[in-house]
Design a protein around this ligand. Structure first.
Ligand code: UD1
Ligand code: UDP
Length: 382
């Protein structure tokens, strides 16, 4: 019998990053794949599954508006446990550092099912930022049986924390697989304003924001900074695909009322977003995934955070941390829009996060893990 590998995920970035792994599992002769979505995100998750043609086997459908961290965690553990009991997977894959990810890891651990952690070893060094993700990923590290690190830096972080090096495999980040599977496809924008913008050839500042630690005043400042940029640079268009979270929308969007050259859209389907990144001049974001993708496309990224668990692209010069101070955001963007040499220095296409073969590397690592486990008659949990 082939080992059954269960993948559990719940938010947009997890869905994007596990899609190549699920596709590889589905295509493999070595494994059976079973997928569980928690529905921590609803629309933004479904959008990704639809794009990659993934129909989940189980859906916990937990999302509620205003959901707390404790609610997400409790609902995932409670909903997943009977599915684990029924499906009896040989291993459970979780990705990254969301509440879904860590709660699912814990649910599997409680049933002594080995946890495979995709995108292991990212560390900001500050337990409060990003919040609660830094804590989430450290917890998952404690209970994972196999740590799939995207880079050597993340491997080093794990070893420094005492993780046994023989349980770590450097795979690259599966987000690059997802990007390469997507970016060259000819996709039309479903919002006609974006199609008109693409045809106009105007410079685009692409903006995304959602981080929990930026909610409130910091995010209002982001909105005010965008309004100022729009007044200083009437020739550019600011494109803001707004996260579905009402807390984010309530902070940012009021600052943009009556501001001319700003296009606010619903979250873009991944293919459309990848195309929009390619069309952009500068990207301003607090997203983790966008920091990893944009350097591959040669797009300078200004990150609205004080620290990052993704230092590779910063060190390579493609990403700059500018925090959430209004003046720093305005100055950072202005510099890239006016200083050609500053722009050129940041827009070299580099790929510190992989070459698009991380899903295959993940399968190899799984194969090694499950075959050594069957030789030993058991899979150890840690
Ligand atoms: C979550 C993750 C974060 C990840 C981010 C990606 C945690 C603690 N946070 O944060 O690590 O970077 O996703 O975007 O796991 N909503 C919808 N529809 C959707 C998605 C969200 O309506 O498709 C709204 C709901 O009102 C929901 C709210 O957004 O309650 C917040 O969602 P939640 O998953 O709790 O937090 P995020 O900030 O999205
Ligand atoms: N993304 C998308 N549509 C959008 C905005 C972002 O498909 O409108 C993609 C983006 O390319 C990246 C992922 O969503 O792969 C990042 O998700 P998010 O910023 O929500 O989460 P994070 O990466 O910060 O955890």
């Amino acid at each position: 019998m082939r080992p059954r590998i269960m993948t559990v995920y719940g938010t947009r970035p997890e869905a994007i990053k596990v899609a190549p792994v699920i596709k590889a599992l589905e295509a493999s002769d070595e494994f059976d794949s079973v997928t569980v979505v928690t529905g921590q995100h609803r629309e933004m998750l479904d959008q990704v599954n639809e794009l990659f043609g993934i129909v989940p086997d189980h859906d916990l459908n937990i999302m509620s508006h205003g959901q707390t961290l404790a609610q997400i965690f409790a609902r995932v553990i409670e909903g997943l446990d009977p599915i684990l009991e029924k499906e009896e997977p040989a291993a459970v894959i979780v990705q990254g550092d969301t509440s879904t990810s860590t709660a699912a890891a814990l649910a599997a651990f409680y049933r002594q099912i080995p946890v495979i952690h995709v995108e292991a070893g990212l560390r900001s060094g500050n337990i409060h930022s990003p919040f609660p993700e830094e804590a989430n990923r450290k917890i998952t590290t404690q209970i994972a049986a196999l740590h799939l690190a995207p880079t050597q830096t993340s491997r080093t972080n794990l070893v420094a924390e005492g993780v046994d090096d023989s349980t770590i495999v450097v795979t690259g980040n599966t987000v690059i697989d997802a990007l390469l599977m997507t970016v060259d496809k000819e996709v039309a924008f479903s919002d006609y304003r974006l199609e008109e913008l693409a045809a106009s050839g105007r410079r685009i500042l692409l903006v995304t924001t959602h981080r929990r630690e930026n909610w409130g005043g910091a995010m209002e400042g982001v909105g005010r900074a965008l309004a100022r940029i729009s007044r200083e640079f009437p020739d550019i268009e600011i494109v803001l695909p707004a996260h579905r979270n009402p807390i984010v929308r309530d902070a940012v969007l009021p600052q943009l009322v009556g501001v001319e050259n700003v296009t606010v859209t619903e979250p873009l389907a991944y293919g459309e977003f990848a195309r929009m990144m390619s069309l952009s001049t500068v990207i301003l974001t607090d997203s983790g995934g966008v920091q990893e993708e944009a350097p591959s496309l040669g797009k300078p990224v200004l990150v609205m955070r004080e620290n990052t668990e993704r230092p590779e692209a910063v060190e390579a010069g493609a990403v700059q941390l500018i925090g959430t101070d209004e003046d720093r955001i305005v100055n950072g963007v202005s510099r890239l829009l006016t200083d050609a040499s500053a722009y050129a220095a940041m827009s070299n296409a580099i790929n510190p996060y992989g070459d698009g073969r991380a899903a295959q590397a993940t399968l190899f690592a799984l194969l090694a893990k499950t075959s050594s486990a069957s030789t030993n008659q058991e899979i150890s949990t840690c």
